[in-house]
Design a protein around this ligand. Structure first.
Ligand code: PLP
Length: 356
């Protein structure tokens, strides 16, 4: 820390993203829930074409993309807020809708960025323990008087909640915003996006990073009633009106012309996920029921840290969190069938070795 850093930021504890290895030692990268499939060819072509116009600023309102989103999701264009990844929408939401009078609350085991945002803005927050099996007890979220952040499906567990349960939580907190983070919903969750027209306190966040194979493009959006959208827009326009660049705006719209491709990729991930889960169970792993593009797994014969390290030595990268309650687990992104075969073969070999 330099002697110049503002006191306000002296306690900042930044989010630590998963490793993006550059040394060529990693053969199979299953640590940050990226898609193993390329983005839509239409999106790639749109980036090349739009690149020719990059001397000009991007459309600060993202009008063309919002029109497309409106058609796909059946909401008015003014219900969408565009951002540089859904992380940015979440950042705006913490700024806009949480403070001393509206403290934040979220599960104790969830996306690690939520407490980082809360601390950055000095927002009081409460972590609500999940049950022993990592499911969420809805009763803990009824009428709490807090701004709620719920990832559905949850990360890093992969466990999904039914829409009906979220609807109860949303309707029981009419004076507080409920943010439903649907980063993984395309892999088998029930979306709440259709509830946006019914509840003025609901913000759904979505990302192109996972199901649309566009993590590097940085595109996410919020869907909410027009009043909430206006609040988020005023935060966005007070930060960076050009937060989404031209190429990404064009790619985002083009990808929506290729929904069949996205559906096909998601169906394949789901197939490989369920097959991999079964095989891991055969090897003695407990596997949490996943509705996402990753599996959260542990094996009584080897610690989470040791399995992570052994896989890493073999060129396979998964994610391990040294955190209470989940340090025994590894989070394994679902890759292609070929990648998962390599992963499983290596896991088998590691388990054989520790038997000796
Ligand atoms: C990946 C992820 C995000 C954000 O992804 P972006 O790349 O910033 O769009 C948000 N929430 C959860 C739970 C995630 O796992």
């Amino acid at each position: 820390m330099s002697r110049f850093l503002s006191d306000r930021l002296s306690g900042l504890e930044p989010y630590v993203p998963g490793e993006q290895p550059k040394d060529g030692s990693i053969l199979v990268k299953l640590n940050t829930n990226e898609s193993p499939f390329p983005p839509s060819e239409k999106a790639v072509a749109a980036v090349a074409e739009e690149g020719k116009n990059m001397r000009l600023y991007s459309d600060p309102n993202g009008t063309a993309l919002k029109e497309k989103l409106s058609q796909v999701y059946g909401l008015d264009p003014c219900c969408f807020v565009l951002a540089n990844g859904s992380d940015e929408i979440l950042d705006f939401a913490f700024q806009a809708f949480a403070d001393d009078l509206h403290p934040a609350a979220f599960p104790d085991v969830t996306y690690g960025f939520y407490p980082v945002f809360a601390r950055k803005y000095g927002i009081p927050y409460r972590e609500i323990p999940l049950k022993d099996d990592f499911t969420l007890d809805p009763e803990n979220y009824i009428g709490t008087g807090e701004t709620l952040f719920i990832a559905n499906p949850n990360a890093p567990t992969g466990i999904a909640l039914e829409r009906q349960v979220l609807e109860r939580i949303i309707s029981s907190n009419p004076d507080h915003v409920v943010v439903v983070d649907e980063a993984y919903v395309d892999f088998g969750g029930e979306s709440c996006i259709e509830l946006v027209n019914k509840f003025d306190n609901l913000l759904v966040t979505r990302t192109y990073s996972k199901s649309r194979s566009m993590a590097g493009a940085r595109l996410g959006f919020g869907a909410c009633c027009p009043e909430l959208a206006r609040d988020l827009e005023s935060v966005r326009n007070s930060t960076n009106p050009y937060n989404v660049n031209r190429m990404t705006l064009a790619a985002g719209a083009a990808a929506l012309d290729d929904e069949a491709y996205t559906k096909k990729c998601c169906a394949e991930i789901i197939r490989v996920r369920d097959k991999t889960a079964k095989e891991l169970q055969t090897l003695g792993f407990s596997v949490l029921p996943s509705s996402a593009n990753f599996l959260f797994v542990k094996n009584p014969k080897i610690s989470g840290a040791d399995l992570y390290a052994a896989l890493r030595r073999r060129g396979i990268l998964v994610r391990h969190f040294s955190l209470p309650r989940i340090e025994d687990f590894n989070r394994v992104t679902v890759g292609t069938a070929e990648q998962m075969k390599i992963f499983l073969d290596n896991v088998k070999q590691i388990l054989e070795e520790i038997k000796k």
